[in-house]
Write a protein that binds this ligand. Structure first.
Ligand SMILES: [Zn+2]
Length: 287
């Protein structure tokens, strides 16, 4: 019997573990990451130890930075504080198989490049808009500067001088304006509510404050997209993440970009929420 490749995607609100048979996800398990800290990683490792005995290798995709097999979180408001945490060795203690860790956006961009909407594109820029915002450039089918510590972190590029404070410590980052966290906070504050963004968009879709907030977040992101286009000359952008994949948000963003009359094409991530998992699979095969 062939062995399973397993991906572990650690995001701002959940961890998703996928079991692959060849190129197909045959089983998926999700864990919440609220109040998440290093001890919670034990649950994931124990889950893997107790549930499978035929793993060929494990690929880990995490939010924040992965450098030399160690993990550091960037926006400490979103997920517990990890500073140079030896994430690969943590899993290697119990599994004597190949294990690697890469950034989640790095993974998602590879997933789209090999199995998703980037299959036919040599160059594109992947942006995830979710709890936070991340990015990665695919140039000639490879992730640009993937061996560097900071790569594609557009969420933490300043879009407004001296603007809103960001969880990374800088002021005016894109993430402080266009991430799901920022949009949700903005709408809840104005409507005096305490709801998740998904519920706000679903249940208050006609509310002017909700519409204006989404428009404003999409407008700010569109400026970042044009910035990237101007710097790298990339025309194709693939948008993923729970907010990026939301029809209302994506359509607004697409409309704003089209209105600029620049040759930029937006597509949604074809693999949707599995882009990171498939990216780990692609990394295990092609890197
Ligand atoms: Zn920031």
């Amino acid at each position: 019997m062939s062995k399973n490749f397993v991906s572990v995607d650690i995001g701002g609100t959940k961890i998703s573990v996928c079991f692959f048979k060849k190129n197909i996800i045959v089983k998926k398990k999700k864990f919440k990451t609220e109040n998440f800290g290093p001890s919670n990683l034990l649950n994931i490792r124990n889950f893997l130890l107790n549930n499978v005995n035929d793993i060929s290798s494990i690929g880990i995709a995490t939010t924040g930075l992965v450098y030399k097999k160690k993990w550091s979180t960037l926006n400490r408001n979103m997920i517990g504080s990890f500073d140079n945490f030896p994430i690969v060795n943590f899993f290697k203690e119990k599994f004597k198989i190949p294990i690697f860790a890469i950034g989640d956006t790095h993974a998602a961009s590879l997933g789209e490049s090999y199995y998703g909407n980037g299959k036919d594109l040599k160059d594109f820029f992947y942006i995830t808009v979710s709890t936070g915002i991340g990015g990665a450039a695919i140039i000639n089918k490879k992730v640009l500067n993937s061996n560097k510590k900071i790569v594609g972190q557009i969420g933490h590029t300043v879009i407004k001088y001296n603007g809103n404070i960001c969880g990374c410590g800088r002021k005016g980052c894109l993430e402080a304006y266009s991430s799901g966290t920022a949009i949700q906070k903005n709408i809840n504050k104005k409507l005096k509510l305490n709801l998740k963004l998904k519920e706000l968009i679903k249940n208050h879709s006609k509310n002017k404050i909700v519409i204006d907030s989404l428009n404003s977040a999409a407008s700010v992101l569109s400026e970042s997209i044009v910035n990237i286009h101007n710097i790298l000359g990339i025309k194709n952008f693939i948008i993923g993440g729970s907010v990026g994949l939301n029809n209302v948000f994506f359509n607004k963003l697409n409309f704003i970009i089209k209105d600029k009359n620049i040759k930029i094409k937006l597509k949604k991530a074809g693999l949707r929420h599995d882009a990171e998992a498939f990216g780990c699979l692609a990394y295990s095969k092609y890197n």
